[in-house]
Design a protein around this ligand. Structure first.
Ligand SMILES: Cc1cc2nc3c(=O)[nH]c(=O)nc-3n(C[C@H](O)[C@H](O)[C@H](O)COP(=O)(O)O)c2cc1C
Ligand code: SF4
Length: 467
């Protein structure tokens, strides 16, 4: 056992302070989280569009029949509730009374509240807590209280925590079991960088977590409430001075990327094969997600194509004005596109390279695409099933008039499609591969040498040694 590491009381029993971070879509499920709990830790079922199964045990493909986005959104909610309930039931069984099972939702996912109610209603007594980030989930505490489960907000700064606490969480203090600090420069998946923070200038997590504890103390939050450090955690020996440290108080550790490579990890073999090839610097913190949040993923051909598309971008005016003195003669129909003379040359070059069609963005710019890319963008936008509360890519909104009021943004992509695809065995090069910035350790950590893939139990045991 690593020095100073002690079990904590959570969900009414002793568990190790090591947590499997929830990963959507279907990158943590019953198999991984049940095994993590069985190994004595806290496993997290992803309740983000989780898989359900038919009577033969095969994954039910999430196919949508509704003619409008609103109808498909309702289908999505039903799939999500069915899937979440099924995953929790199976995980609970695998856990066999050991450890604890949490569920994870994204606050900005479409239908987050009905999905959370639907799952918690049908899994009473099985879920120890709900982890939730991506947005400001003020209502999380109230919903958790209705089902008497713990809630564990995921924040990336002391300031975000203070706002949540002051407005809502102080009313349900006893159910707030932990506050997850997810480091916005290190963690895989969506990242909570604020406007004041520079994605290129990472900050040391220690003073940020110390500030979080200071804020919690100032607000009167009990010392028994854990802070969960998430993002870039690989070897606990690197975090030695965080354990038993009075300044930080009770601390647990969350692992998101490392548990991707286990026997029970539900991700397809093709994705697992890529993990050991990730080199330092291959994970990109970027802003292509249609949620509008930053996120971290492997810079694979899919991400590179989004980067390249955004680079083939020029501002325009609808009339001659300022420096926009040249009339665009490629990529667009009509004469009302004025650009700078230099950009006209860029546009002509892209056109000659096959990027013959220009799409408008909400920022009064044009991006140049091939006709095939354009067709795919339009099809994905048309097929939208409303998986987010606000989607920059399709302009979908899950309430009021169902539109964000902004132009659909062709620089983004359908994250629902890209994550469902990669989780269900489609080409890893053409879809989104979320990963944390410590993922290169797969290639250097001797634990994985000679292609060794641990069981979850072997991984948890290894983590508990400090390695
Ligand atoms: C593939 C992948 C998917 C993720 N999906 C989610 C998610 O749906 N919800 C969430 O709150 N966090 C998500 N995360 C974040 C993890 O739960 C965890 O906090 C994070 O990965 C920790 O940092 P690490 O990647 O450095 O271990 C995801 C991370 C990865 C790598
Ligand atoms: S277009 Fe946006 S809201 Fe619609 S399914 Fe795709 S990611 Fe979700």
């Amino acid at each position: 056992m690593f020095k100073g590491l002690k079990p904590i009381i959570y969900g009414g029993r002793e568990v190790w302070p090591v947590i499997e971070g929830g990963k959507g879509v279907s990158a943590t499920n019953h198999a991984s989280s049940g095994a993590w709990a069985a190994a004595g830790g806290i496993g997290t079922v992803s309740a983000v569009n989780a898989d359900s199964y038919d009577e033969n045990g095969n994954v039910v493909p999430q196919i949508y029949h509704g003619r409008t986005r609103g109808d498909r959104h309702q289908e999505l909610i039903r799939y999500a509730i069915d899937g979440g309930v099924e995953q929790v039931r199976r995980a609970y069984e695998i856990a066999g009374g050991q450890g604890a099972i949490n569920i994870n939702v994204l606050w900005e996912m479409g239908g987050a509240q009905p999905i959370l109610h639907g799952i918690l209603e049908q899994t009473r007594g099985m879920v120890a807590g709900v982890t939730c980030g991506a947005g400001m989930p003020y209502k999380l505490s109230e919903i958790a209280a209705q089902y008497n489960v713990n809630y564990l907000p995921i924040v990336s700064s002391a300031r975000a925590f203070r706002a949540l606490w002051k407005r809502a969480y102080h009313k349900y203090a006893d159910l707030m079991a932990a506050v997850v600090y997810e480091d916005p420069w290190l963690a895989g998946g969506h990242n909570g960088l604020s406007n004041a923070e520079d994605p290129r200038v990472p900050q040391d997590p220690y003073p940020r977590v110390a500030a979080l504890r200071e804020t919690m103390r100032a607000e009167g939050v009990s010392e028994s409430v854990q802070i969960v450090m998430a993002g870039g955690v690989w070897y606990l020996r690197d975090w030695e001075n965080w354990i038993d440290n009075p300044e930080l108080g009770a601390i647990s550790f969350q692992f998101g990327t490392r548990p991707l490579l286990t026997q029970e990890s539900p991700i397809p073999q093709g994705w697992k094969d890529e993990l050991t090839k990730i080199a330092p610097g291959d994970v990109l913190l970027h802003k292509f997600s249609p949620t509008g949040f930053y996120s971290s993923a492997v810079r694979n051909p899919f991400l590179r194509s989004l980067e390249a598309r955004s680079q083939r971008q020029i501002p325009f005016s609808t009339e001659m004005a300022g420096e926009h003195t040249a009339q665009l003669d490629c990529g667009v129909k009509g004469k009302n596109f004025w650009v700078t003379p230099t950009d006209l040359q860029h546009a002509r070059r892209w056109d000659a390279q096959g990027f013959t069609t220009a799409l408008k963005t909400p920022d009064n710019t044009l991006v140049f695409c091939t006709p095939e890319e354009r067709a795919e963008i339009r099809k994905d936008q048309t097929d939208c099933m409303g998986c987010l509360s606000h989607c920059a890519f399709s302009a979908w909104k899950d309430h009021d008039n169902f539109s964000t009021g902004y132009l659909a943004d062709p620089r983004s992509f359908c994250i629902q499609k890209a994550l469902q695809n990669i989780a269900h065995g489609e080409d890893v090069d053409k879809n989104l591969m979320f990963a944390g910035h410590a993922a290169y350790n797969f290639g250097t950590d001797p634990f994985y040498s000679n292609g060794f893939v641990p069981t979850v139990k072997q991984l948890v045991d290894r983590i508990l040694t400090g390695d």
